[in-house]
Structures are given as structure tokens and as C-alpha cells.
Design a protein around this ligand. Structure first.
Ligand code: OXD
Length: 306
């Protein structure tokens, strides 16, 4: 069995070492233009040339949760693309989102400012029941975020394309459901996959429907959000602030307004990092399952886009 690794902008050698350790009977190598066709591939943002030169792939494993950029390529219709399922990402995502939600709920920015002035100054306690957190996207990462938020007893709303039932969560779906979801949400957490349907879903119209003094946390993709609409709504006071981890252009250009905006926190696409060992173990187990003729989970539906 031959496996190619093709990772854009990522040091490949450690991945090769881990993969060889996990699958000692396989021949793993770093793809170069002209490499012979392989049975499996482990990829991150591969070029079109890679796809064109690898017609025999039984499966192509992406080392990320989101496959939007992969799906921009011209892909064979029957190619089995597999995305990462958790592999240590969901706990990081829950940690990041809860940090942002709690930071806003408890107003830690105020205490940072007070400390700089040596000022002993309390903030009024907010009422948890008026502080519904709305999670868009109820896949592996979204569900973990929901579960963790529930531990802090925030009311939680969930929004997804198809209807879900989650204990203790007000679940919404579809067009009408989206409106209701927004109207009932104080802190919006975006974890949707990026597809033609969800591109720029966070815009002036939708964000205006959030409750007054709401807060926005985007940890999915930059292209879910219309940047200027968010800035305008923050400047008008309807939205109190935002924590953004993802951007339409990454790295975020130095002159982008988000960097200087006092009510926007920016982090460099770091909410949930791919963990190499966990990822390789998951991929290796799936390759072994496929080799034994078994089915695997995590296969991307090319029509649906995730
Ligand atoms: C991912 C990401 O898709 O890191 O996994 O954004």
C-alpha cells in the first residue's frame, strides 16, 4: 500500500515519521510532481496537479475539520474524501469558545483596564438566564461546545441545516428557524461549514436580528462574515464586540480594521489546532478499516459540501 503526503505550508517530515510508525507495512512518501500514483493520500490544501496526477486514490484524508478549500478543486465525482473527526480538536474549540463567552459575560476587559489604573471596581452581575448562547453548526465541534457551555449553565440555542434534538438545547433549523434562533441569541458562536449556502451568512441583515448588546464569536471561516457589516453594527452599539479567529484573508492583513478595533479580539486561526499524533492515529485506523473492506465515518458528501 502506497501513501502520499501533500501538505501545504506545513513541515512534512514529522508527519511522514508518524505515518510510517503508525503503518509500518505501508510505503509512505512526500508527494512531488510526477510521483507514481498512490492508494491513499494525506493532504492539506493540495494543488490541482496533485489531484490530476493521482487517479487511483482509494481515499484522500484531509488533516483539518473544514474541507471548503479542498472542494474548490476539480475533483473526480467518486473520490472518497475524509475529513478529520475531532482528534483532539473539540476540547480545544470548547476551551476557546468558553473563554470568549465567559470573558464577555464576566466583563474581564473591564478588570484588565481597572488593573492598569490600580482601580478596585466591580461590574454588576449579569443574569445568566438573559444570556443565551447560540451555536451555529451542530457537528462534532459544535456539540462539544454546546455540552461545555451547558456546564456553566448558560441557556443554549443550536442552529443547523437539518433539525436536531439535543437535551437541554433549543434547537432551530431552516430559514424561519434561523430568524428565531437569532432573535433569541445574545452570544453568537459560528461553527458552520463554509458552503455556497453559508457564505456571508453573518451580515448586516442577520446580525441585526441578534439581541441588543450581543457578542459574536467566529471560529469557522472568515468568509462566513461580512467584515464591514460587523464593524458597522459594533460601532452603532447593536453588537458589543467580537472574538474572531478566522478571516477571509489569512494572515489577516496588517492594515485590516479588525486589528485596531478596541471591541474586537483577533487570534491567528488557532482556536483548535490539528494535533499530529491523534490525527495520524485516526487516519491510520481508517486506512486499515478500508483495507479490510469495512466502512469508515467522516466521509465528505461532495453535494452537500462538508
Ligand atoms: C480546520 C481548521 O478546518 O483548522 O481544521 O480550520
Amino acid at each position: 500500500m502506497n501513501i502520499h503526503i501533500c501538505l501545504d505550508n506545513i513541515a512534512t517530515e514529522p508527519w511522514l515519521v508518524s505515518l510510517k510508525k503508525a503503518l509500518p507495512d505501508a510505503t509512505a512518501s512526500v508527494w512531488e510532481p510526477g510521483s507514481p500514483p498512490a492508494d491513499y493520500a494525506v493532504v492539506w490544501n493540495p494543488p490541482q496537479q496533485f489531484i490530476d496526477e493521482q487517479p487511483n486514490l482509494k481515499a484522500m484524508f484531509s488533516i483539518g475539520a473544514g474541507v471548503d478549500s479542498l472542494l474548490q478543486l476539480n475533483l473526480p465525482k467518486d473520490l472518497c474524501i475524509v475529513r478529520l473527526e475531532d482528534a483532539g480538536m473539540s476540547v480545544q474549540m470548547a476551551e476557546y469558545v468558553c473563554h470568549a463567552v465567559i470573558g464577555y459575560f464576566r466583563d474581564f476587559k473591564h478588570y484588565d483596564t481597572s488593573k492598569q489604573k490600580a482601580k478596585w471596581s466591580y461590574r454588576k452581575t449579569k443574569d445568566r438566564k438573559d444570556f443565551a448562547v447560540g451555536v451555529m453548526g451542530l457537528g462534532t465541534l459544535g456539540l462539544r461546545v454546546v455540552k461545555t457551555l451547558q456546564m456553566f449553565e448558560y441557556p443554549v440555542n443550536g442552529y443547523s441545516r437539518t433539525p436536531h434534538q439535543i437535551p437541554g438545547v433549543n434547537c432551530f433549523s431552516g430559514q424561519q428557524g434561523f430568524k428565531e434562533f437569532l432573535n433569541n441569541t445574545k452570544v453568537l458562536v459560528n461553527l458552520l461549514p463554509l458552503t455556497a449556502e453559508t457564505e456571508y451568512i453573518l451580515n448586516r441583515d442577520t446580525l441585526s436580528q441578534l439581541q441588543p448588546e450581543s457578542y459574536v464569536i467566529n471560529v469557522a471561516r472568515g468568509k462566513h462574515l461580512v467584515d464591514q457589516d460587523l464593524i458597522d453594527l459594533i460601532d452603532s452599539g447593536h453588537i458589543s464586540g467580537a472574538t474572531l479567529d478566522v478571516f477571509a484573508t489569512e494572515p489577516l492583513p496588517p492594515l485590516h480594521q479588525f486589528w485596531q478595533h478596541p471591541k474586537i479580539t483577533v487570534t491567528p486561526h488557532t482556536a483548535a489546532r490539528t494535533l499530529r499524533e491523534e490525527t495520524v492515529t485516526q487516519i491510520a485506523n481508517k486506512i486499515l478499516s478500508l483495507q479490510q473492506g469495512n466502512s469508515i465515518t467522516g466521509q465528505v458528501d461532495l453535494q452537500r459540501g462538508y
